[in-house]
Each structure stands twice: as C-alpha cells, then as structure tokens.
Design a binder for this molecule. Structure first.
Ligand SMILES: Cc1cc2nc3c(=O)[nH]c(=O)nc-3n(C[C@H](O)[C@H](O)[C@H](O)COP(=O)(O)O)c2cc1C
Length: 179
C-alpha cells in the first residue's frame, strides 16, 4: 500500500498530449470520489465539480484559456470549484481544494489515465462560470484536463531536498545533505 502510493506520487506527471481514447464516466466519477476523500477543515467538504465529456462544451471552454490545445486534446474535463456558501475559512478551504486536486491527479494516474492541472484558465473564471451557467457562488479552483496519455515521455524535475528544508532539530539529522 505505502509503496503503491509513493510510486504513484513519483510516477505522476502532468500529461498534456492525449490519445483519442474516450474516458469512461465511471472512471471520471472515481476521480471525483478520490477528490472528495481529501481532508478538509471541519470535514466541510467545500469542493464541487463539473464533469465534461461533451465536445461542444469542451470547445467552448477551450476558448477561455491560453492552453486551448490541451483542452481540445483531452477527452474529458473536470472543473473543481469551491462552494463559497460551504466555506468557513478562506485559507483552509483553498488548502482543501488543493488536496482534493492532488488526490484527483493521483487517482487518474492509478486508473492509467493522464491529467494536467490547468490554473491559467482562472484568468477567465467568470467566463467559465457563464459557460456552465453557474453563479458566482461557485469559485473556480482549477480545471483538470484528462485523457489517455499519448506517450509517457514527460520529464520533470525537482530541486534538491536540502533547498527546501529550513531547519531540522536536531541539526545532525541534515548532515546527510551536506555535500
Ligand atoms: C496551481 C497550478 C497551476 C497549474 N497551471 C497549469 C496550466 O495552466 N497549464 C499547464 O500546462 N500546466 C499547469 N500546471 C502544471 C505544472 O506546470 C506542473 O505541475 C509542473 O510543471 C510540474 O510538472 P509535473 O506535474 O509533471 O511534475 C499547474 C500546476 C499547478 C499546481
């Protein structure tokens, strides 16, 4: 169990090129379910979702982002919202949305799908709400573009661990990072 979670964390990449294979609704619902099992403050579960597999709707959404080509290539979208009426603390509710989104990315990976978190689209979040006929009560957090990966050649990198760790107590614990 532990190993499979770690494997998914390290194997997951942002997927931006997709094959033509349609994504089944049960898989999309599984991704949403995984999102809803993220932790949230007071377990208030402030997330809401819009699932899109319809080509016409996907075309409309594609017009709202610089990453139009990714939206058009993906066979499914899941827009993740915060319900402002379910929120109790802005920071904690946004943190919960992030946890939800990461769960969803890992679930997509586990299902053999690929996904990318689209944040640039937030520039046009009012337009996205208008397309979905949603009121401002729902605050867009991100759109996940989902599909079967065209390939698995994506590379990514991270800085060295010691660049992130400010301190450890006891200090000797970081000796392992000394070069
Ligand atoms: C808040 C946030 C916003 C992002 N927005 C975009 C985006 O608009 N377009 C995109 O192609 N990738 C977007 N990404 C994906 C990042 O570019 C990607 O996670 C990062 O480059 C690391 O690559 P990896 O996910 O393959 O490890 C976003 C990721 C996060 C967490």
């Amino acid at each position: 169990m532990t190993q499979s979670v770690l494997s998914a964390i390290y194997a997951r990449r942002s997927i931006r090129e997709f094959s033509d294979g349609a994504v089944a609704m049960p898989d999309l619902l599984e991704i949403v379910r995984a999102g809803t099992w993220a932790p949230s403050g007071l377990n208030n579960q402030p997330w809401r979702f819009v699932i899109v597999t319809d080509d016409v709707m996907r075309g409309k959404i594609s017009e709202t982002t610089h990453y139009r080509h990714i939206v058009l290539a993906a066979r499914a979208l899941i827009a993740v919202y915060l319900d402002t009426e379910a929120m109790y603390d802005a920071v904690k509710d946004h943190q919960a949305a992030g946890a939800c989104l990461q769960n969803m990315l890992l679930a997509a990976e586990a299902l053999g799908l690929g996904a990318v978190w689209l944040g640039q689209i937030l520039k046009n979040k009012e337009k996205v709400n208008a397309i979905f006929a949603l009121s401002a009560r729902y605050d867009l957090m991100a759109v996940l573009a989902i599909g079967y990966p065209l390939h698995r050649n994506q590379k990514s990198s991270r800085k060295e661990l010691d660049e992130f760790i400010l301190k450890t107590f006891p200090q000797e614990a970081t000796d392992v990072f000394q070069k």
